[in-house]
Design a protein around this ligand. Structure first.
Ligand code: NAP
Length: 271
């Protein structure tokens, strides 16, 4: 039995779909939430004591980073008989910058996993291609798309490719490995908008925000510590998200999906 956390979200949802046909349990926070293709079990990652039922009979866990007591959570998992954990962190874990709120939670989560006594695999995806869904309200309102940190290229990755790697790691044979998960090409935000324009057959225009405008826009949807963290990554340039890594292809045996593929497969959401 596999346990997938974050199963109602983007990455975990793709992991559940990729595990189709296998016994899967999905951690949910509310009893009225169903996850197609999985047995839902209620628990809260911020409360390791709530996870006993979720871990029962589980061999491997797909785990999100950044919860209140990651060492305690992992100790519970081990005690319950879990053998393996596949942790979703991110590229900024490599910075080990404990003064940066995002790098901090990823670094500390990775450390907790390494020290857990469980078999582990670390997944460090770069920006998800699905982050483009944030532009939906603007695309519904018109043809202009305000783009944040317009000079920053990211080798953004399709969440389905994250899931494809996760499923292989959950099955074993990838113990002690850290995978840098990227798409096949580094793209500027405006280049992503141009791809969307072609796919949707629309005359879209990217409006490039200054760093200050970006900060102000981000502050509307995230805590100040995260706004600062992203400013350090992208305005100060502490994080390289542009380098393309071979890991998706090496693990899955096929090239990572392009942003064009992601956009075509999600075009109906934008229409
Ligand atoms: N987006 C990116 O570009 C990016 C890049 C690199 C790494 N990452 C990492 O990937 C992670 C997952 O991203 P995502 O886009 O898949 O997230 P998402 O769509 O926002 O989903 C978050 C999931 O976590 C669950 N959750 C939140 N708090 C929980 C708690 N206390 N206990 C149990 N479940 C809880 C949510 O469940 P509910 O339905 O109950 O809310 C939801 O299923 C991010 O948090 C980040 O660490 C993201």
């Amino acid at each position: 039995m596999f346990l997938v956390t974050g199963a109602t979200g983007t990455a975990g949802g793709e992991v559940v779909r990729a595990l189709s046909g296998r016994p899967v349990r999905a951690l949910v926070r509310r009893a009225d939430v169903a996850v197609p293709g999985a047995q839902a079990v209620v628990g809260d990652l911020n409360d390791p004591g709530s996870l006993a039922t979720a871990f029962d009979g589980v061999s491997a866990v797909f785990l999100l980073s950044g919860y209140a007591d990651m060492p305690g959570l992992l100790a519970r998992a081990r005690k319950a008989g879990v053998q393996r954990v596949v942790l979703l962190s991110g590229g900024s874990a490599a910075l080990e910058d404990l003064d940066n709120a995002v790098s901090r939670y990823m670094t500390l989560s990775e450390r907790a996993v390494r020290e857990s006594g469980l078999d582990w695999t670390l997944l460090r995806p770069r920006a998800f291609m699905s982050n483009a869904l944030r532009w939906l309200p603007q695309l519904r309102a018109g043809d202009s798309v305000r783009v944040q940190y317009p000079r920053v290229r990211t080798a953004c990755v399709d969440p389905r490719d994250i899931a494809a790697v996760a499923v292989r790691a959950l099955g074993g044979g990838h113990e002690g490995r850290t995978y840098e998960l990227t798409g096949p090409e580094p793209l500027l935000p405006a280049e992503q908008v141009a791809v969307l324009a072609r796919v949707l057959g629309r005359d879209l225009r990217a409006v490039e925000l200054s760093d200050e405008e970006t900060r102000a826009e981000m502050a509307q949807s995230m805590p100040p510590a995260y706004v600062d963290a992203f400013a350090r990554f992208y305005a100060d340039g502490t994080l390289d998200e542009a380098t393309v890594h071979p890991d998706v292809a090496e693990v899955t045996g096929r090239p990572p999906r392009t942003f064009g593929q992601w956009a075509r497969d999600h075009a109906c959401v934008f229409r």
